[in-house]
Design a protein around this ligand. Structure first.
Ligand code: AMP
Ligand code: MG
Length: 413
């Protein structure tokens, strides 16, 4: 187990480096090709066949000997028809051709295809080829795309629709992928009631539970909600131990700050979780804690304020989900967009501002900070699809400035 000292009040880059070194890749499983969309490929796929597997007609027309045609205006005898899925061993000899369909194998002797548009069928069944044609024209040669034995999908990678098609062509009916991480969710706080209750006295509705479920499922994970736990050590320890049994990643919200009822970090350690990050230089989200349990589960203890919890998820949990599937979440730099409204200078913390990114008429990305009222206000973040990332000790940014952002939702859809 990693025994490096806990990072106290970690910067964003430090936290990323630590995550990269402590999060273990998870289990793998075999899934049918039809269920592999968005899964992370664990083993590379080698094709068992050349592609195309034969010299293939790329147009509907006539398979000819290019040397017979000169500049065109030549009449040829038509020996028959080769539909896709059929083969023909009839040799095409001088003055002869065969009608062929897209996807059919080129017969012996032919070395080009003349598209049907460039031909006229005569009443006697012969065909007038109007044009000359270069050798090899409209033929995809056997193996031009890939050869039997080639690796066509290199793990690790996330499987998209094109990759699924390639896997099919390579004969991979089952694929080895990383298991979708199971994300356990514990929300803490004596004040929390469920959405179907009307809050009385000092109660508030638990919005983090559903928000974290949505975030986890939108990342392809299996969310398991372990419900609300009160702020006492015994209940917390029992809940954490039970949730760890069923989770690959455990998200806890609330109870991580300095209050008299904030027992989560202490309870994590009591449950054998080694803390690697104890608070971060970020705003919002400073009290976040990250640790590794004895079974390798990653635990992210996020602040209770809903926007802080959301920020913590994007900064820490989302990369953890990728790392569990052997994917590199940090390979791309943060993109930039042009700022619409001024934003304040930052302090000694990286500041994350919920914002909406859109594509302008000129095709460039434009980013507008959400009108939110701080970390307790998820209402102001509706429609946010990004977090503007402002470095520590950055000056104010004026409208028109290019600022970096972390995408949190779809920008182009
Ligand atoms: P805490 O991090 O426990 O100190 O909570 C900070 C703030 O977030 C308090 O106002 C809590 O009432 C609120 N909060 C904590 N948990 C949740 C939750 N699950 N849903 C909505 N608000 C919460
Ligand atoms: Mg609390």
């Amino acid at each position: 187990m990693e025994t490096r000292p806990t990072l106290e009040y970690a910067g964003v880059d430090e936290a990323r480096d630590r995550l990269r070194s402590i999060v273990p890749a998870g289990r793998t499983e075999l899934v049918p090709l039809a269920s592999s969309l968005n899964r992370a490929l664990a083993n590379s796929i080698t094709t068992d066949v050349d592609d195309p597997p034969f010299h293939r007609a790329m147009m509907d027309g006539y398979a000819v000997r290019s040397g017979d045609l000169g500049d065109g205006g030549v009449s040829l005898e038509v020996l028959g028809d080769i539909p896709a899925g059929a083969t023909s061993n009839t040799e095409i000899t001088e003055g002869k051709c065969v009608h062929i369909n897209t996807g059919a194998p080129i017969p012996p002797g032919a070395d080009a295809v003349v598209p049907v548009e460039d031909t006229t069928l005569a009443p006697d069944g012969r065909v007038l080829i109007q044009v000359g044609v270069a050798e090899g024209r409209h033929i995809a040669r056997r193996g031009v795309n890939t050869r039997a034995g080639d690796v066509v999908l290199h793990a690790p990678m996330r499987l998209d629709a094109v990759a699924m098609g390639v896997a099919a062509a390579a004969g991979a009916a089952k694929l080895s992928v990383y298991s979708s991480p199971r994300i356990g969710i514990i929300t803490t706080g004596a004040e929390l009631v469920s959405p179907d209750c009307f809050p009385e006295g000092g109660q508030i509705r638990n919005s983090n539970g559903p928000q974290l479920r949505g975030l986890a499922e939108s990342c392809g994970c299996i969310a398991i909600d372990f419900g609300v736990v009160e702020d006492d050590r015994k209940s917390l320890c029992t809940a954490i131990a039970a949730a760890l049994e069923q989770s690959d990643i455990l998200c806890i919200t609330g109870g991580v700050s300095m209050g008299a009822h904030d027992h989560v970090p202490e309870c994590l350690e009591r449950c054998g979780v080694q803390l690697h990050i104890r608070k971060m230089r970020i705003k919002p989200g400073k009290p976040v804690h990250v640790g590794i349990a004895e079974g390798g589960q990653v635990v992210c203890a996020l602040p209770g304020n809903p926007v802080s919890a959301m920020v913590g998820f994007h900064l820490l949990v989302k990369p953890t989900i990728d790392l569990r599937q052997n994917l590199n979440p940090f390979k791309n730099p943060h993109p930039v967009a042009k700022l619409s409204d001024a934003i304040k200078p930052t302090t000694n913390r990286t500041t994350l501002v919920p914002a909406h990114v859109a594509v302008e008429d000129d095709g460039s990305l434009h980013i507008s900070p959400s009108s939110w009222r701080g970390s307790g206000d998820p209402f102001g973040c509706i429609n946010a699809n990004a977090l503007i990332l402002r470095p520590e000790n950055a000056p104010a940014a004026e409208p028109g400035a290019w600022v970096r952002f972390l995408p949190t939702g779809s920008i182009f859809g």
